[in-house]
Design a protein around this ligand. Structure first.
Ligand SMILES: [Zn+2]
Length: 369
């Protein structure tokens, strides 16, 4: 079994490479739109990407200077779009991306810790902050230019799936309760806060908005400010992602089993009290990262079912406190008198529930308090 994963890096092309990239953006956009039009008017002789490209190379000689793998991938993308959307949407001038395959004659390769070899561009400087696994096989690379004017390469890599280890140790497990105040609280009582990446920049964004409102829309100054604004948002996104990557890697390294609640992200983002969409997206992203990072190590992410009342159960005696409200941060169990921190208690319950279901009551039962 193979798995596919994307690795994205900031690219720092030199002037000449930038020119070539822009040329490729233009050529692939042309082919994309040409293909949609030809298909629409029934002019296509073949449905095979390779044959379509061969035909275009004859009809439009200027395309001969462009990497043909990028053109073939463009046809694939257009075909995908038709299949999924069942309609034609032409690529606009602002759409900047192209994809090239990893071919024997024109390979994509990570050269060292700061350069990637991209067909036709040669070695391009990049920030290689997250290494591709040594057993990973590069399939293709997509070069994009984002709204902030920066270039990125997204490398598609396949790796063999690691089979799950048989010796997973329930003692090396952690329970996590997502929280909107903290990022999460675990069963050991540790509270992880996510830095306020957005809040830190809020006043800068407001200042830019104010300046933009005083500019003539479409003027040079307006676009400068708009780019600056996009840069700030890209920075926030990158820093948040970086934080989530580091945290999920730490957990996947330290534990065999990570237990979380199966929460409905959509429901949370619609709850006006919890609001802060940024956090909700981060939970979902974090869960995804945890899952694949654990799987890559033969470990496992377990989820307690959505209906499990993790905050209402006393983790000491098992009785359910039905009178609890969302405001109760600390509560005393009416049956055994234990005083609980709401979040830590929930994390303990999530962990116990998941371990019990996965390892079985008999194998694990004695470990439950
Ligand atoms: Zn109790």
């Amino acid at each position: 079994m193979q798995k596919t994963r994307q690795y994205q890096y900031l690219l720092k092309p030199d002037l000449k490479q930038k020119e070539e990239i822009v040329q490729l953006f233009g050529a692939t956009r042309f082919v994309y739109n040409r293909f949609l039009d030809d298909r629409n008017s029934g002019k296509l002789k073949s449905a095979l990407a390779k044959e379509v490209v061969a035909d275009y190379l004859r009809r439009y000689p200027f395309l001969n200077h462009v990497n043909s793998s990028a053109l073939i991938h463009t046809i694939f993308q257009a075909q995908d779009q038709i299949r999924s959307l069942k309609r034609y949407r032409r690529r606009s001038d602002s759409c900047c991306s192209f994809t090239v395959g990893n071919l024997i004659r024109k390979p994509i390769r990570i050269l060292d810790d700061h350069r990637i070899l991209i067909p036709d561009l040669g070695p391009v400087e990049m920030i290689y902050h997250r290494p591709i696994p040594t057993d990973g096989e590069i399939k293709k690379a997509t070069v994009i230019r984002r709204a902030d004017g920066k270039y990125y390469v997204s490398v598609t890599v396949t790796t063999k799936t690691v089979s799950r280890r048989r010796d997973l140790d329930p003692a090396k497990s952690i329970g996590i309760d997502y929280s909107s105040t903290y990022f999460y609280v675990d069963d050991k009582g540790d509270r992880i806060r996510m830095p306020h990446f957005y809040k830190e920049k809020e006043s800068a964004i407001a200042a830019l908005d104010q300046m933009m409102s005083q500019c003539i829309k479409g003027s040079n100054n307006y676009y400068k400010l708009k780019t600056k604004r996009a840069e700030i948002f890209a920075g926030i996104k990158n820093r948040r992602k970086d934080f989530l990557h580091k945290l999920s890697t730490q957990l996947a390294e330290a534990y065999d089993v990570v237990c979380i609640e199966d929460i409905d992200m959509k429901e949370i983002s619609q709850n006006p009290h919890l609001g802060k969409r940024t956090y909700d997206n981060a939970f979902g992203e974090f869960t995804e990262m945890l899952k694949y990072k654990l799987e890559e190590r033969g470990k496992i992410l377990l989820k307690a079912e959505r209906s499990f009342p993790s905050s209402k159960i006393c983790s000491k005696c098992g009785s359910i406190n039905r009178k609890m409200t969302i405001e109760d941060r600390v509560w005393k169990c009416p049956d055994c008198g234990t005083v609980h921190d709401r979040d830590v208690n929930a994390a303990i319950n999530i962990k116990n529930r998941c371990l019990m279901i996965y390892f079985g009551r008999r194998a694990f039962g004695s470990g439950l308090s």
